[in-house]
Design a protein around this ligand. Structure first.
Ligand code: TXA
Ligand code: MG
Length: 344
């Protein structure tokens, strides 16, 4: 199959992409977070193609992308007021809500669960594709399963060229890490995955938030978890990643002491001078965490190279969007963290 590259600025693109979606084909779509590998979320055969193309475990459910909050009721029931409050505050935007699923949503889409994850992305072209296709678009991140997410059309082509019908090129994704996921099916709202909508922003609207343990610690692959995707090894380049925490100077001293040829350093732009001769790669500026979230996956993909032995990574501290960057980096490192302050 030849994969067509559709320009996000071509006015004919939404209709062309929607036609392919209605035919049950796979179309990669840009969003503000990462590119999604989209298909008709109500068509079991089309959804099955997503799992096949990604090599994704069948029990890992997909997010349904809708074009406006008025569509929630078509796919969900028992919708609490706080779902409407969150939609009002953050949609279109990088927030996914888990709610009880209506029967119209195939169990193939929900990984067999009776809940469904739903979001309205902040990308006008993609919302127009959803509107014209007349169906919600099920879309996981468009990377091959287990690999770093795709934040450009070129990343998607790298993973899927010749295997999917089309990629809509919307340029580089603004947020760069996947959406925040909040489960609203229990008594208390539960954060399943941090993202561009921060815990602080959620708390301001909800007044209450439980952080799921899968956010902060490694989860056993046989464990029962709320977001099945959280238990799989994620975002990881081919070679081991270790996070080195601590002050700039202490971390650089530790890394330089242990660095051997073939290793790489993933650091902040401000730190580049400290790693001369250590093949450093900067993923953004520590002073602007949005550049770190936007650049993280492209950098992890660049490091996904068999010639790399070991990656030493620097991770931002604090809350806000840094919380999401920490979560992705810790998963890439399988929670392997060395405190340079304690390593004299
Ligand atoms: O930003 C994003 O959310 C991107 C773009 C394309 O929208 N999509 C994305 O999809 O990250 P994916 O499939 O890579 O991650 C979806 C996560 C998985 O961890 C999955 O287990 C969880 O959402 N999830 C989906 N449905 C769920 C449900 N009903 N209950 C709990 N977790 C669910
Ligand atoms: Mg993913």
């Amino acid at each position: 199959m030849e994969t067509i590259l559709l320009s996000g600025t071509d006015p004919a693109t939404p209709a062309a992409a929607a036609r392919l979606i209605r035919q049950g084909q796979l179309v990669a779509i840009p969003t503000e977070t990462v590119y999604g590998l989209g298909a008709d979320g109500l068509n079991e055969a089309a959804v099955a193609r997503i799992f096949e193309a990604k090599g994704r475990p069948q029990d890992n459910p997909l997010i349904l992308h809708i074009c406006g909050p008025e569509q929630i009721e078509q796919f969900c029931h028992h919708i609490p007021q706080r779902a409407y409050d969150l939609a009002q505050a953050f949609w279109p935007g990088p927030l996914t809500m888990v709610l009880p699923a209506r029967r119209v949503v195939p169990r193939r889409t929900t990984g067999g669960l009776d809940t469904v994850a739903i979001r309205c992305p902040d990308n006008a072209v993609t919302r127009e594709i959803i509107r014209l296709s007349g169906v919600p678009i099920a879309a996981p991140s468009a990377n091959l399963s287990g690999k770093p997410s795709t934040t450009t059309a070129q990343h998607v082509l790298h993973d899927h060229n010749g295997k999917i019908a089309a990629v809509v090129d919307g340029g580089a994704c603004r947020v760069g890490v996947e959406s925040t996921i909040v489960d609203l099916t229990e008594g208390r709202p539960r954060l399943l995955r941090p993202g561009g909508v921060t815990p602080e922003q959620l708390l301001a609207v909800l007044g209450d938030l439980v952080v799921d343990k899968a956010v902060t610690a490694q989860v056993d692959k046989d464990a029962v978890v709320k977001a099945p995707g959280m238990k799989y090894r994620h975002y990881a380049p081919a070679e081991p990643v270790v996070i080195v925490s601590g002050s700039r100077e202490k971390a650089a001293a530790y890394i330089r002491r242990h660095f051997t040829p073939g290793d790489r350093v993933l650091c902040f732009q401000e730190e580049l001078p400290l790693y001369e001769g250590c093949n450093p790669l900067a993923y953004g500026r520590e002073a602007d965490v949005n550049t770190l979230s936007a650049g993280l996956f492209a950098a992890l993909r660049e490091l996904d190279d068999p010639s790399v032995h070991q990656v030493y990574a620097r991770c931002p501290v604090g809350g806000g969007v840094a919380y999401a960057v920490q979560n992705r980096l810790k998963k890439a490192a399988a929670f392997h963290i060395i405190d340079a302050e304690a390593e004299e």
